[in-house]
Write a new protein. Structure first.
Length: 237
Protein backbone atom coordinates (compact mmCIF):
# COMPACT_ATOMS: atom_id res chain seq x y z
CA UNK A 1 0.00 0.00 0.00
CA UNK A 2 1.29 3.46 -0.89
CA UNK A 3 2.06 5.66 2.11
CA UNK A 4 0.10 8.90 2.67
CA UNK A 5 2.95 11.14 1.55
CA UNK A 6 3.62 8.75 -1.32
CA UNK A 7 0.02 9.18 -2.48
CA UNK A 8 0.34 12.97 -2.30
CA UNK A 9 3.66 12.87 -4.14
CA UNK A 10 2.36 10.56 -6.87
CA UNK A 11 -1.04 12.18 -7.38
CA UNK A 12 0.41 15.69 -7.67
CA UNK A 13 3.10 14.52 -10.11
CA UNK A 14 0.37 12.82 -12.14
CA UNK A 15 -1.68 16.03 -12.05
CA UNK A 16 1.17 18.08 -13.53
CA UNK A 17 1.72 15.56 -16.32
CA UNK A 18 -2.03 15.38 -17.02
CA UNK A 19 -2.54 19.15 -17.13
CA UNK A 20 0.54 19.65 -19.33
CA UNK A 21 -0.63 16.90 -21.69
CA UNK A 22 -4.18 18.26 -21.97
CA UNK A 23 -3.15 21.84 -22.71
CA UNK A 24 -0.26 20.65 -24.88
CA UNK A 25 -2.63 18.65 -27.08
CA UNK A 26 -5.10 21.53 -27.14
CA UNK A 27 -2.29 23.86 -28.22
CA UNK A 28 -1.24 21.48 -31.01
CA UNK A 29 -4.85 21.23 -32.20
CA UNK A 30 -5.37 25.00 -32.31
CA UNK A 31 -1.92 25.56 -33.84
CA UNK A 32 -2.79 23.17 -36.67
CA UNK A 33 -6.26 24.62 -37.11
CA UNK A 34 -5.19 28.27 -37.06
CA UNK A 35 -1.69 27.94 -38.52
CA UNK A 36 -0.29 29.43 -35.27
CA UNK A 37 3.30 28.18 -35.26
CA UNK A 38 4.24 29.56 -31.85
CA UNK A 39 1.24 27.92 -30.21
CA UNK A 40 2.63 24.60 -31.45
CA UNK A 41 5.99 25.41 -29.83
CA UNK A 42 4.13 26.28 -26.65
CA UNK A 43 2.46 22.87 -26.76
CA UNK A 44 5.85 21.20 -27.08
CA UNK A 45 7.11 23.24 -24.12
CA UNK A 46 4.14 22.07 -22.04
CA UNK A 47 4.83 18.41 -22.86
CA UNK A 48 8.50 18.66 -21.90
CA UNK A 49 7.70 20.53 -18.68
CA UNK A 50 5.22 17.82 -17.68
CA UNK A 51 7.83 15.13 -18.32
CA UNK A 52 10.05 16.71 -15.64
CA UNK A 53 7.82 14.87 -13.16
CA UNK A 54 8.11 11.53 -14.98
CA UNK A 55 10.33 10.06 -12.25
CA UNK A 56 7.83 10.36 -9.37
CA UNK A 57 4.96 9.46 -11.71
CA UNK A 58 6.56 6.17 -12.84
CA UNK A 59 7.65 5.38 -9.28
CA UNK A 60 4.07 5.98 -8.09
CA UNK A 61 2.65 3.63 -10.74
CA UNK A 62 5.14 0.90 -9.82
CA UNK A 63 4.49 1.22 -6.07
CA UNK A 64 0.71 1.46 -6.48
CA UNK A 65 0.32 -1.57 -8.76
CA UNK A 66 3.41 -3.69 -8.11
CA UNK A 67 4.62 -2.63 -4.62
CA UNK A 68 8.12 -1.94 -5.86
CA UNK A 69 10.17 1.18 -6.56
CA UNK A 70 12.12 2.14 -9.67
CA UNK A 71 15.29 0.11 -10.04
CA UNK A 72 18.04 1.06 -10.31
CA UNK A 73 17.30 4.10 -8.17
CA UNK A 74 19.41 6.35 -10.41
CA UNK A 75 16.80 5.88 -13.15
CA UNK A 76 14.40 8.01 -11.08
CA UNK A 77 16.58 11.10 -11.60
CA UNK A 78 17.32 10.31 -15.23
CA UNK A 79 13.62 9.96 -16.09
CA UNK A 80 12.92 13.44 -14.74
CA UNK A 81 15.97 15.53 -15.48
CA UNK A 82 16.75 14.30 -18.99
CA UNK A 83 13.98 16.71 -20.10
CA UNK A 84 15.73 19.81 -18.70
CA UNK A 85 17.71 20.53 -21.87
CA UNK A 86 14.73 20.01 -24.26
CA UNK A 87 12.54 22.27 -22.07
CA UNK A 88 15.11 25.06 -22.10
CA UNK A 89 15.87 24.92 -25.81
CA UNK A 90 12.20 24.92 -26.83
CA UNK A 91 11.24 27.56 -24.24
CA UNK A 92 14.11 29.82 -25.30
CA UNK A 93 13.07 29.47 -28.94
CA UNK A 94 9.53 30.44 -27.98
CA UNK A 95 10.64 33.36 -25.82
CA UNK A 96 13.24 34.51 -28.33
CA UNK A 97 10.68 34.48 -31.15
CA UNK A 98 8.40 36.77 -29.14
CA UNK A 99 10.96 39.09 -27.56
CA UNK A 100 14.24 38.92 -29.51
CA UNK A 101 13.33 37.60 -32.99
CA UNK A 102 16.61 38.77 -34.55
CA UNK A 103 18.70 37.12 -31.84
CA UNK A 104 16.65 34.04 -31.09
CA UNK A 105 19.04 31.59 -32.75
CA UNK A 106 21.98 33.01 -30.79
CA UNK A 107 20.04 32.43 -27.56
CA UNK A 108 18.91 28.97 -28.65
CA UNK A 109 22.44 28.04 -29.73
CA UNK A 110 23.89 28.99 -26.33
CA UNK A 111 21.35 26.83 -24.51
CA UNK A 112 21.85 23.91 -26.88
CA UNK A 113 25.55 23.86 -25.93
CA UNK A 114 24.80 24.28 -22.22
CA UNK A 115 22.12 21.61 -22.45
CA UNK A 116 24.55 19.10 -23.96
CA UNK A 117 27.04 19.77 -21.14
CA UNK A 118 24.26 19.34 -18.56
CA UNK A 119 23.14 16.03 -20.10
CA UNK A 120 26.73 14.76 -19.96
CA UNK A 121 26.95 15.40 -16.21
CA UNK A 122 23.46 13.98 -15.68
CA UNK A 123 24.08 10.69 -17.49
CA UNK A 124 27.73 10.05 -16.70
CA UNK A 125 27.98 11.48 -13.17
CA UNK A 126 24.53 10.57 -11.83
CA UNK A 127 25.78 9.17 -8.53
CA UNK A 128 27.89 12.28 -7.97
CA UNK A 129 24.95 14.58 -8.77
CA UNK A 130 22.22 13.29 -6.42
CA UNK A 131 21.43 11.63 -3.13
CA UNK A 132 18.27 9.55 -2.75
CA UNK A 133 16.11 8.95 0.32
CA UNK A 134 16.28 5.22 -0.43
CA UNK A 135 19.87 5.33 0.83
CA UNK A 136 19.81 8.26 3.27
CA UNK A 137 16.48 7.90 5.11
CA UNK A 138 16.48 4.93 7.54
CA UNK A 139 12.68 5.21 7.77
CA UNK A 140 12.15 4.70 4.03
CA UNK A 141 9.77 1.81 3.34
CA UNK A 142 10.46 0.16 -0.05
CA UNK A 143 7.29 -0.58 -1.98
CA UNK A 144 5.32 1.97 0.10
CA UNK A 145 7.21 5.26 0.04
CA UNK A 146 8.20 7.01 -3.19
CA UNK A 147 11.79 7.81 -4.08
CA UNK A 148 12.90 11.41 -3.59
CA UNK A 149 16.11 12.78 -5.10
CA UNK A 150 18.16 15.71 -3.79
CA UNK A 151 20.89 17.54 -5.68
CA UNK A 152 24.42 17.61 -4.35
CA UNK A 153 24.72 21.37 -4.42
CA UNK A 154 28.44 21.58 -5.12
CA UNK A 155 28.20 19.48 -8.28
CA UNK A 156 28.02 21.07 -11.77
CA UNK A 157 24.64 19.39 -12.39
CA UNK A 158 23.03 21.46 -9.63
CA UNK A 159 24.94 24.62 -10.53
CA UNK A 160 23.75 24.35 -14.13
CA UNK A 161 20.16 23.76 -13.01
CA UNK A 162 20.40 26.93 -10.90
CA UNK A 163 21.79 28.83 -13.90
CA UNK A 164 19.01 27.55 -16.16
CA UNK A 165 16.28 28.53 -13.71
CA UNK A 166 17.78 31.99 -13.21
CA UNK A 167 18.06 32.51 -16.98
CA UNK A 168 14.47 31.37 -17.52
CA UNK A 169 13.22 33.68 -14.77
CA UNK A 170 15.05 36.71 -16.19
CA UNK A 171 14.55 36.13 -19.92
CA UNK A 172 11.10 34.55 -19.88
CA UNK A 173 9.41 35.43 -16.60
CA UNK A 174 10.59 39.01 -15.98
CA UNK A 175 11.13 39.54 -19.70
CA UNK A 176 7.47 38.91 -20.54
CA UNK A 177 6.34 41.15 -17.67
CA UNK A 178 8.51 43.95 -19.10
CA UNK A 179 6.95 43.38 -22.53
CA UNK A 180 3.51 43.53 -20.89
CA UNK A 181 4.34 46.91 -19.36
CA UNK A 182 5.30 48.21 -22.80
CA UNK A 183 2.19 46.83 -24.51
CA UNK A 184 -1.49 47.73 -24.28
CA UNK A 185 -4.87 46.01 -24.52
CA UNK A 186 -5.13 42.33 -25.33
CA UNK A 187 -1.41 42.01 -26.15
CA UNK A 188 -0.53 43.25 -22.68
CA UNK A 189 -2.79 40.64 -21.12
CA UNK A 190 -1.16 37.87 -23.17
CA UNK A 191 2.34 38.89 -22.10
CA UNK A 192 1.19 38.92 -18.45
CA UNK A 193 -0.14 35.37 -18.84
CA UNK A 194 3.15 34.21 -20.37
CA UNK A 195 5.21 35.96 -17.69
CA UNK A 196 3.06 34.42 -14.98
CA UNK A 197 3.34 30.96 -16.56
CA UNK A 198 7.12 30.99 -16.77
CA UNK A 199 7.50 32.52 -13.29
CA UNK A 200 5.35 29.73 -11.85
CA UNK A 201 7.47 27.17 -13.68
CA UNK A 202 10.75 28.57 -12.32
CA UNK A 203 9.61 29.16 -8.74
CA UNK A 204 7.70 25.89 -8.37
CA UNK A 205 10.41 23.93 -10.15
CA UNK A 206 13.03 25.31 -7.77
CA UNK A 207 10.89 24.65 -4.69
CA UNK A 208 10.04 21.14 -5.86
CA UNK A 209 13.72 20.22 -5.95
CA UNK A 210 14.40 21.36 -2.37
CA UNK A 211 11.11 20.80 -0.48
CA UNK A 212 10.84 17.26 0.97
CA UNK A 213 7.71 15.19 0.23
CA UNK A 214 4.79 16.34 2.38
CA UNK A 215 1.95 18.84 2.53
CA UNK A 216 4.16 21.67 1.23
CA UNK A 217 5.02 19.78 -1.96
CA UNK A 218 1.31 19.27 -2.57
CA UNK A 219 0.75 23.03 -2.51
CA UNK A 220 3.78 23.73 -4.74
CA UNK A 221 2.68 21.20 -7.33
CA UNK A 222 -0.93 22.37 -7.15
CA UNK A 223 0.27 25.80 -8.28
CA UNK A 224 2.53 24.19 -10.88
CA UNK A 225 -0.49 22.49 -12.46
CA UNK A 226 -1.65 25.93 -13.65
CA UNK A 227 1.54 26.55 -15.67
CA UNK A 228 0.18 25.07 -18.91
CA UNK A 229 -3.10 26.99 -18.57
CA UNK A 230 -1.31 30.36 -18.41
CA UNK A 231 0.90 29.38 -21.35
CA UNK A 232 -2.13 28.42 -23.39
CA UNK A 233 -4.02 31.61 -22.52
CA UNK A 234 -1.00 33.71 -23.45
CA UNK A 235 -0.72 32.33 -26.98
CA UNK A 236 -4.18 31.25 -28.05
CA UNK A 237 -5.86 33.51 -30.62
Amino acid sequence: MVSVFGLLDGITASGIILSSTIFGLLSFYRARKLGAKLLGWAGLTMFFVGFLWLGPFIDFILVFFYHTNIEPTQLYSLLSYLWVAPVLVVAMYLGGSLMFPKRKWVIVGIFIVLGIVFEYFLWFQTDASFTWNVFTDPGFLPGEDLIDASFIRTHPTFLMIALFLLAALILLGIGFFIKAKQATGDLRKKFIYLGLGFTIFVVCGALDSIVPPGIAIGFVRGVMMTFALWMYLGLKS
